[in-house]
Design a protein around this ligand. Structure first.
Ligand code: ADP
Ligand code: MG
Length: 331
């Protein structure tokens, strides 16, 4: 029986430059995150399993997807929740075929764990701390032995690139299990936080194409910058327990762009929003409307806060467009 310690890393000593070159190519597909990419890549190339910790929308899936695609191995994604049983992780014999053919290896439908083991993929368990103890135990066994035994199927050995990668939001403590020390002891840990404003603008521009000439340049740039500024402000607001990730900024920019098109707004205007400046007011109004759509469900208030998500957004909007207009200048 092999153990994790003996698992072949993704590199061989005959090609020491390989990881560095792969690192370079993967870096081109991810905005920023150089350090996190180095750490995740080093851990998986060393044959280790990892827990990625960070709030939603902080590039965890993006990093893994980029690495898995570069290595041409599957990224098998599952959600950690009460439904994730050991039986679901492993798979099952197709009941209709069992009636006709009896238990055959051919009529076994691989679950995500078996698929990742056979194909040498990353088994990526989102919300790892919501998985049941039974599911965690099944995973830990597969990680330690690189082999599982399934009733009526026999033993399945993991291909060398099989890895288990969990992700979790460290601020998420409703309905989650505190992972035991023995679980933590089997994982390496990489923690991620929000990126800076410039990186978030680059991400929103990349994902929305709003600065690629689809809309007037000044409008596209303003939409991206304002969406990022308002979204980031939700993370700083005193009544907010968890603000929105860059996902909210992407949606805000896209919804606002549609509103501007419907309302025939071609330019964002500049400076403080005033009653006299009709163009600036109409643009800013559309951004506020879009913020309601994109962000109100994504911000989680402190339990005791005597306010609503909509009121918080209005406050943030006022600060950005009226009280502190310098912050509303693009760039
Ligand atoms: N560093 C980044 N580079 C490019 N896109 C990113 C980056 N970080 C986040 N995104 C984009 O933001 C969204 C959320 O990122 P994701 O990786 O799915 O977050 P997580 O898995 O941490 O919840 C996706 O649409 C993704 O494309
Ligand atoms: Mg994700």
């Amino acid at each position: 029986m092999t153990t994790a310690e003996e698992t072949a890393p993704m590199t061989t000593s005959s090609d020491r430059g390989y990881v560095a070159r792969a690192r370079e190519r993967i870096g081109n597909r991810v905005v920023g995150r150089e350090r996190e990419l180095d750490l995740v890549l080093a851990a998986v190339a060393a044959g280790r399993d990892i827990l990625l910790e960070g709030p939603p929308g902080t590039s965890k899936s993006t990093l893994l997807r980029a690495i898995a695609e570069e290595w041409n191995i599957p990224l098998v994604m599952v959600e950690g929740n009460a439904d994730l049983t050991p039986a679901r992780l492993l798979g099952h014999h197709d009941p209709a075929r069992v009636l006709k053919e009896g238990y055959q290896d051919e009529n076994f439908v691989d679950g995500p764990l078996l698929r990742a083991m056979r194909e040498g993929g990353f088994l990526y368990i989102e919300e790892f701390n919501r998985a049941s103890d039974d599911a965690l135990n099944a995973l830990l066994t597969a990680m330690a032995e690189r082999e599982v035994t399934v009733p009526r199927l026999g033993s399945v050995v993991a291909a060398p690139t099989f890895r288990v990668i969990g992700s979790m939001n460290p601020h998420d403590n409703v309905g989650t299990n505190r992972l035991s020390a023995s679980v933590h002891d089997r994982f390496n840990r990489v923690s991620v936080t929000y990126q800076d404003a410039a990186a978030e603008r680059a991400i929103v521009a990349l994902r929305t194409s709003l600065t690629d000439g689809r809309v007037p340049t000044a409008l596209g740039e303003a939409l991206v910058a304002d969406a990022v500024a308002l979204t980031r402000a939700t993370r700083e607001h005193p009544d907010v327990r968890q603000g929105s990730s860059v996902r909210g900024a992407i949606d805000l920019a896209l919804v606002a762009a549609q509103l501007c098109e419907m309302r025939q707004i071609d330019e964002p205007g500049t400076g403080r929003v005033t009653a006299e400046d009709d163009a600036r007011r109409r643009y800013a109004r559309s951004v506020l409307d879009a913020a309601g759509v994109a962000l109100s469900g994504r911000i989680h208030l402190d339990e005791a806060a005597p306010t609503t998500p909509e009121a918080v957004l209005e406050e943030i909007w006022e600060q950005h467009f009226i009280l502190d207009p310098a912050a509303a200048e693009p760039g």
